[in-house]
Design a protein. Structure first.
Ligand code: KG4
Ligand code: ZN
Length: 360
């Protein structure tokens, strides 16, 4: 069954056509340059950019997949989490197309998309990775940082999360402190690579003693701010790479230690990663090392575009949901859920959206 998927949760306007786990086309219109001048994502700017591009992005996705609307079985759309007025654009478009083409809508959680991103395939079905459960998934994006115990395709539980900033958000804020623009993650990675001394500043990692798998990053960022302010302009300039490396290491080290603890308590078959920060090479090295220590494979998104926001991952979740009959019973009443958390997925889907078995 072919599905058109739409994601407008943040600053990428994305559409894709998928069939099962196979991605037939994926189109992503990035808004980074629209937001860069403001130093971060501005919701009203995102909304206008989504509105201006969504129809073209969808048309391209269908064209590249060489699929017409009558070949589609459903439309999958991200309901949340994300920016409310940005999400609305994708949902309104999905509703209109569902009406015009008489298709069901499958509501999808954006973080479930990142969860499935290591298992998205190209149009030839590669890579053909089996999904062997249970797995431990570490999701690191601009809005979320979560350790997820993934028991089966649609059965997952967030067992650890950030109590304040997300990892990507902390990197973005750190870059801002050091005088750089948005998005900060790739800038911090580049700077960190140039550091001659590793973890020179050893910023304190909060919450490491707490027995939970929860994490905190805002204290690390504040330590960076104080350190930076205490330095002369010359020192700041000379130490920029070491400062970036130290903050990046502090954030990643926290995630690694908490994931290590989670892996010790929960026997799993694989460690997976997803989300915008998962593209970071240092993060991948640390995660692979951790997986090896636990004798596990480390499964990463197979294509670079799958780390950033995209609609292919939304479509793949949509395929599993469609197979399970989880379509919206009252598609016209679907509303954005900006704070929709991952474990609430099935509960919310069943109780609020009134899902029903597809009849046709
Ligand atoms: O998943 P994503 O594209 O959007 C959200 O759903 O939030 O993640 C965006 C985040 C941003 O915070 C960005 O700074 C971070 O991913 N990021 C990186 C890198 N590239 C993007 N963080 C670390 N290293 C990178 N190379
Ligand atoms: Zn995302």
């Amino acid at each position: 069954m072919k599905i058109l998927a739409i994601d407008t949760s943040c600053d990428e306007t994305a559409a894709a056509v998928v069939e099962g786990r196979r991605c037939l086309s994926s189109v992503i219109a990035s808004q980074i340059t629209d937001h860069q001048v403001w130093g971060g994502v501005v919701p009203s700017v995102a909304k206008r950019a989504h509105e201006a591009r969504i129809d073209t992005v969808i048309a391209h996705a269908l064209k590249r997949a060489r699929v017409s609307s009558d070949e589609l079985s459903a439309i999958a759309v991200t309901l949340g989490p994300g920016l409310a007025i940005a999400l609305e654009v994708g949902i309104a478009t999905a509703k209109k197309l569902a009406r015009d083409w008489k298709l069901p809508i499958v509501p999808v959680n954006h973080m479930a998309g990142h969860l499935f991103s290591p298992f998205v395939q190209n149009r030839n079905g590669n890579p053909d990775r089996p999904m062997v459960f249970p797995m431990m998934a570490v999701l690191v994006s601009g809005g979320h940082t979560e350790i997820v115990l993934w028991r089966n395709h649609l059965d997952y539980e967030v067992i650890g999360r950030t109590v304040d900033d997300a990892a990507g958000e902390a990197l973005d804020k750190a870059a801002k402190i050091l005088g750089f623009s948005y998005p900060g993650g790739p800038i911090i990675e580049r700077l960190a690579h140039q550091a001659t001394e590793q973890d020179r500043y050893q910023f304190t990692r909060p919450m490491l003693r707490s027995p939970s798998y929860d994490m905190s990053f805002s204290g690390l960022k504040t330590s960076l701010l104080y350190q930076y302010r205490s330095m002369s302009a010359d020192e700041q300039a000379n130490q920029i790479a070491e400062l970036a490396q130290s903050i990046q290491e502090g954030i990643f080290d926290t995630i690694i230690r908490k994931t290590n603890r989670a892996l010790k308590a929960h026997p799993v078959q694989a460690l997976t990663i997803g989300g915008g920060v998962a593209v970071n090479r240092r993060f991948r090295v640390l995660m692979r090392r951790l997986a090896t220590r636990h004798n596990l494979p480390c499964i990463t998104p197979p294509f670079r575009y799958l780390n950033q926001d995209n609609a292919a991952m939304i479509g793949v979740v949509g395929s599993y949901l469609l197979d399970a009959g989880k379509i919206a019973e009252e598609p016209e009443n679907l509303d954005r859920m900006p704070r929709w958390s991952l474990p609430a997925y099935i509960t919310v889907a069943q109780q609020t959206i009134h899902l029903k078995q597809r009849t046709s």
